[in-house]
Write a protein that binds this ligand. Structure first.
Ligand SMILES: Cc1cc2nc3c(=O)[nH]c(=O)nc-3n(C[C@H](O)[C@H](O)[C@H](O)COP(=O)(O)OP(=O)(O)OC[C@H]3O[C@@H](n4cnc5c(N)ncnc54)[C@H](O)[C@@H]3O)c2cc1C
Length: 507
């Protein structure tokens, strides 16, 4: 196994080529029962890796660099993706939002857990290092490292869906916990539910979601970072939609599955050693359960999450209009109204990102963070919107999504192509190949296994619907806004009683 130092320390972001090389580090990844030698060359991950590499290349390309990058604040004299350095004004947050959107458009919104997702974590490590008490210097050091190289961290905070009906100490054989402590660091064992795209990341971020039950066992209270090639860290990948698509068909048939599949994998740590320099919270349950909000991550990550979601909705709205033109249903008033609904959802999420930036507040170390309310607006409504849009597409494009030849080869067969040009023609003068192309793309977005996974993903992106809404309510109570709302309804009722008006305005 190569030492961790393969992850460059050059003071600038990786190029695409360097990124690909950095993934070939002896990490223990399994696919379909076999150990994967080099993830960037394996058909399960290759195109996704190349897409991420192209995002790193964009940081150096003169045509995109200025939109994506600004100088570091670490004294390195280098540059970094804008979201990897914390913002010091609402205007800087807006610039970060636009940089996130620029990267997201490179996958048309379909790869969201790109390196900029966890950049929000790096940012608040720098702005609020004090939160980590004795480990504050670790936080400062990681802020610098993550920023200067645009390191790619994954995010693993949810316990596996096993024995949810039991207390956590009864599931200690599965849940992440500390097994040993030495002068050099700690040893950790257990598993986490899938962490998206972790096969193609540099580091694993391991922690606990605020809603995770960890009982009073201090061994379960941990927040740390570990390299993906750490000894004892194993990944068992889910089925690769990329591999299935590329093995059996062409890009024309599965244009999204075959290149934007962020593989989710089961993460297992077996006595993984984590040096003290990479530990951030240790056996401190109070700090761990408050972490997501108190440390700042909970307010900042939704800016990246909502922006990539808005880009995805741009894509879906545009594609749905094209699909409805192909079937001719666009001319029906009710169908156009449904498309208008998709556009309204899209507008809403872009507006939320505006609010996140323009109504941001100064926080710690001069950093600006989005307001709590807009973070919750995104988290509560994105699953609702995606569910609704999913339904709109299936009920307006309807059988158009399935009235399709199975393969690009059907179009290359002269006889079949002639038949398809008649029986699979579009409304208006759109060529039949274009209709088939549009519909296959839309099917891949919402109907293929890749599309189904995206539906599941958006519904659970930042917790179950109950958890998100309860947190939203809890925040309103905690911040006093619920009290203000009650005061308004109580004032109304104070203006009358069983004897009539009590307000001087009415008599
Ligand atoms: C495609 C995909 C990618 C993901 N990527 C990541 C990732 O990168 N990193 C990461 O950390 N996580 C990831 N996750 C996990 C995701 O964050 C969780 O799915 C989400 O937080 C919901 O938790 P859960 O799946 O454990 O559901 P559960 O918490 O098990 O909930 C299941 C149901 O049980 C109910 N329920 C749960 N507990 C209780 C209770 N005590 N009382 C009453 N009802 C209860 C819930 O309301 C819900 O209806 C991913 C998930 C998916 C599907």
């Amino acid at each position: 196994m190569k030492p961790e130092s393969h992850i460059q320390q050059s003071g600038r972001p990786f190029t695409g080529k360097e990124f690909l090389a950095s993934m070939n580090d002896g990490r223990e990844v399994y696919y379909a029962g076999e150990h994967v030698e080099n993830v960037t060359e394996h058909p399960a991950f290759r195109n996704a890796a190349l897409t991420i590499a192209s995002m790193y290349d964009a940081l150096h390309n003169p045509e995109t660099k200025d939109k994506l990058c600004w100088e570091t604040d670490t004294g390195s004299g280098g540059y970094t993706h804008k979201f990897f350095r914390y913002a010091r004004s609402p205007q800087e947050l807006l610039e970060q939002r636009d940089a996130v959107a620029e990267w997201a458009r490179m996958s048309y919104g379909w790869m969201g857990r790109t390196a900029d997702y966890k950049a929000a974590f790096g940012d608040v490590l720098g702005a609020n290092a004090e939160y980590y008490g004795d480990f504050a210097d670790n936080a400062r050091s990681w802020y610098k490292r993550i920023q200067e190289n645009c390191l790619y961290l994954n995010h693993a905070i949810v316990n596996p869906p096993i024995d949810r009906n039991k207390s956590s100490d009864e599931v200690k054989d599965v849940y992440i916990h500390i097994t040993k402590e030495t002068d050099a660091g700690i040893y950790v064992t257990g598993a986490k539910v899938v962490a998206t795209n972790l096969v193609l990341t540099h580091y694993n971020f391991i922690g606990q979601a605020a809603v995770q039950e960890i009982g009073d066992d201090p061994d379960m209270a941990l927040l740390a970072i570990t390299p993906m090639n750490a000894k004892g860290l194993k990944l068992i990948s889910r089925v690769s939609y990329e591999k299935n698509a590329t093995d059996t068909s062409s890009p024309f048939d599965y244009p999204l599955s075959s290149r934007f599949d962020e593989n989710d994998a089961i993460l297992i740590l077996e006595d993984v050693f984590i040096p003290w320099e990479d530990v951030l919270i240790y056996k401190d349950k109070a700090k761990l359960t408050q972490w997501i909000n108190a440390a700042g991550f909970g307010r900042l990550y939704p800016l990246q999450a909502c922006t990539r979601f808005a880009v995805k909705l741009d894509f879906l709205a545009g594609l749905l209009e094209q699909a409805l033109e192909c079937t001719g249903a666009i001319d029906f008033r009710n169908v156009s109204a449904e498309l208008g609904d998709v556009v309204a959802w899209r507008n809403l999420f872009w507006s939320i990102t505006d609010h996140m930036c323009l109504a941001s507040q100064e926080w710690k170390s001069g950093a600006y963070l989005p307001p709590v309310e807009s973070a919750f607006n995104y988290r509560a409504f994105a699953p609702v919107a995606y569910d609704k849009i999913y339904h709109i597409i299936k009920t307006t494009a309807a059988s158009g999504l399935i009235y399709l030849p199975g393969s690009n080869l059907d179009l290359k067969n002269e006889n079949l192509d002639t038949l398809l040009s008649r029986y699979c023609r579009s409304s208006g003068d759109i060529p039949h190949t274009q209709r088939i192309k549009v519909m296959k793309l839309l099917w891949d977005a919402i109907g293929s296994e890749f599309g189904g996974r995206h539906h599941l993903y958006e519904l659970n992106y930042s917790g179950t619907a109950d958890a998100v809404r309860l947190q939203c309510l809890g925040a309103a109570r905690g911040m006093g806004t619920m009290k203000q709302m009650r005061e308004l309804s109580e004032k109304c009722m104070s203006e009358y009683d069983v004897d009539g008006w009590k307000t001087p305005v009415l008599s």
